[in-house]
Design a protein around this ligand. Structure first.
Ligand SMILES: Cc1cc2nc3c(=O)[nH]c(=O)nc-3n(C[C@H](O)[C@H](O)[C@H](O)COP(=O)(O)OP(=O)(O)OC[C@H]3O[C@@H](n4cnc5c(N)ncnc54)[C@H](O)[C@@H]3O)c2cc1C
Length: 508
């Protein structure tokens, strides 16, 4: 029997994961990527002795990525070195209170004492978070559940009650945690999916358990080395990768994709097409759907975007840990401004990465290279901000950092690079500059992203941050594995395989 062909549009981590998984199942896989490198948002900038991760800087749940290597009988450690980061996060408040989040119980108790949070309350929250994680991991993550009927079938009505369904994430935190400091910190975990703690369902309180159960990791030399490792694996499992090649259209006949058309008009035939381009732009630009169809996707609103500033400094700021949050003085207002009003925040929470705390090779000796990322609204097409607006916002961010202890920061900048939401949109074709795909919002979608299989085209699948189980490196890699499982099940005739859930997972 001849090999069936799969074309993957886009070499983000989700696309790579699906491609490797399907090559391991003996499909002939071609990945087509418009940029000159694989990894998508997992991207790097090297300049003047500094190495910046332009996209992800926090690696969690590495065991999900490791499966890609294991399934080819390989060890991820032979491709890339990862190490745990300590502390996980440093959180700095306007009143100069500093709280480190650390997995060491004794050290954590000392941090809690400093802010007057009772260790037993924190412990109860941790148990709540870990129980939610186990619940979500068992079905939504590992079984590839895509919608409420999948949920009902897997968890049953009683099981659904365990999701704390009547609360939002903020209310879930305040059940256990008394101080504003720790509430702000725990709600900040929603950053991992670019959403608001006041709009996300309470089950997103599973996020802190990702740290407590599975630690927080760094990739030596910068996170982009993970993309390089996966690039090697793509080659070893026989995936064809076409770089600098853009897909303009998915050709369909009678509800089936037959080929993709690349810029210049050439067509590449395919038995299956997987789009790692986000769902909304893919339906609009590749499948040419009309407004009526696109309106059905309204609930899959983009996550927030971000302003990415990379600063090469001629000095170090020793008070910084590897991952730092300069907290907003009014976090509820910050969430409200970015996610409800969709305006630029006047006092944002600012994430600052100083990777040289773990890896001295990423900056010249005695210097810091800082990646700075405040979350801001996605692009409003009707009223887009101008470049000057983002430049003005850069000043708001730098003012805040200087005020909160990075004294004279501006005077020490020797290299600077900035990405606006428009750059992010242009670079990765992300929907309105979104950085985590689809927003997690209990009123809009109850945390569900788009399904993995097209509801309109029999042999078209989607993978990545806009698809369940959603954003972040481990989740899009898991998504690729689940898409592969669903495609194989459909192709080889396992129980209809309308959703991945129907195929029931084998343990990884
Ligand atoms: C600034 C920033 C910080 C982040 N921080 C973290 C973090 O610390 N930890 C974490 O886990 N996650 C983080 N994320 C999120 C994480 O990067 C994403 O969730 C994940 O990498 C997205 O993967 P994806 O598979 O959805 O594909 P993407 O990375 O979005 O890649 C899609 C690819 O498809 C290509 N493409 C699109 N359309 C076409 C077409 N028509 N033809 C050909 N190619 C096409 C694009 O060029 C791109 O390469 C961050 C993201 C950003 C931007």
């Amino acid at each position: 029997m001849s090999q069936k062909s799969v074309v993957v549009v886009g070499a983000g981590l989700g696309g790579i994961s699906a491609a490797i998984s399907l090559a391991q199942e003996s499909y002939a896989v071609t990945v087509i990527e418009k940029n000159g490198h694989v990894g998508g948002k997992l991207n790097q900038l090297e300049a003047e002795g500094y190495t910046f991760d332009l996209g992800p800087s926090i690696l969690t749940l590495p065991h999900i990525i490791e499966r890609l290597f294991k399934r080819s009988g390989k060890r991820m450690a032979d491709y890339v070195t990862i190490r745990p980061v300590r502390p996980h996060w440093r959180c700095i408040f306007e009143d100069r209170t500093v709280v480190d989040m650390t997995p060491d119980d004794q050290e954590m108790a000392a941090q809690l004492e400093k802010i007057g949070e009772k260790p037993e309350d924190f412990d109860r929250f941790r148990q709540y978070s870990e129980a939610l994680y186990e619940l979500v991991n068992d079905g939504y993550f590992e079984q590839g559940l895509d919608n409420t009927s999948d949920f009902r079938a897997h968890y049953g009505l009683l099981g659904l009650a365990r999701f704390d369904v009547f609360r939002n994430m903020h209310q879930g935190v305040t059940r256990f945690i008394k101080t504003r400091y720790m509430r702000d910190i725990l709600e900040q975990f929603i950053k991992y999916v670019g959403s608001s703690a006041y709009r996300a369902p309470a089950f997103m309180n599973c996020l802190p358990a990702i740290h407590s159960l599975h630690d927080l990791w760094y990739v030596d030399g910068g996170l982009y080395n993970l993309a390089r490792a996966l690039d090697r694996l793509l080659d070893e499992v026989g995936v064809t990768v076409l770089l600098d090649t853009e897909v303009d259209q998915i050709i369909t006949v009678n509800g089936r994709a037959t080929a993709v058309e690349i810029t210049g008009g050439a067509q590449i035939p395919a038995d299956f097409v997987i789009s790692n381009m986000e769902v909304r732009p893919a339906y609009e630009r590749l499948l040419k759907e009309d407004d009526r169809f696109l309106r059905k996707l309204k609930r899959f609103e983009p996550s927030c975007s971000g302003l990415v500033l990379d600063l090469g400094l001629d000095r170090q700021y020793p008070q910084l840990a590897h991952h730092n949050f300069f907290m907003s003085g009014d976090q509820p207002k910050h969430f409200h401004t970015v996610f409800r009003k969709r305006e630029m925040p006047t006092d944002p929470t600012v994430y600052v990465v100083a990777a040289s705390r773990t890896d001295p090779t990423v900056a010249p000796a005695g210097c810091d290279g800082l990646k700075i990322l405040p979350h801001i609204p996605y692009i409003d097409d009707e009223n887009p901000l101008r470049h000057e607006d983002y430049v003005a916002f850069r000043d708001v961010v730098l003012d805040k950092l200087e005020r909160m202890g990075l004294t004279n920061l501006r005077q020490h900048i020797v290299f600077e690079h900035m990405l606006t939401p428009h750059d992010i949109q242009d670079m990765y074709y992300s929907n309105k500059g979104s950085i985590y795909g689809v927003v997690t919002d209990r009123w809009k979608n109850f945390g569900f992203k788009a399904p993995k299989k097209s509801e309109k085209y029999e042999n078209v699948f989607f993978v990545g941050g806009s698809v369940n189980p959603g954003a972040g490196m481990p989740m899009v890699v898991l998504c690729g594995q689940l898409v592969s499982r669903a495609l194989v099940a459909q192709d080889r005739g396992v129980v209809g395989a309308q959703s991945a859930a129907a195929t029931r997972a084998q343990p990884a």
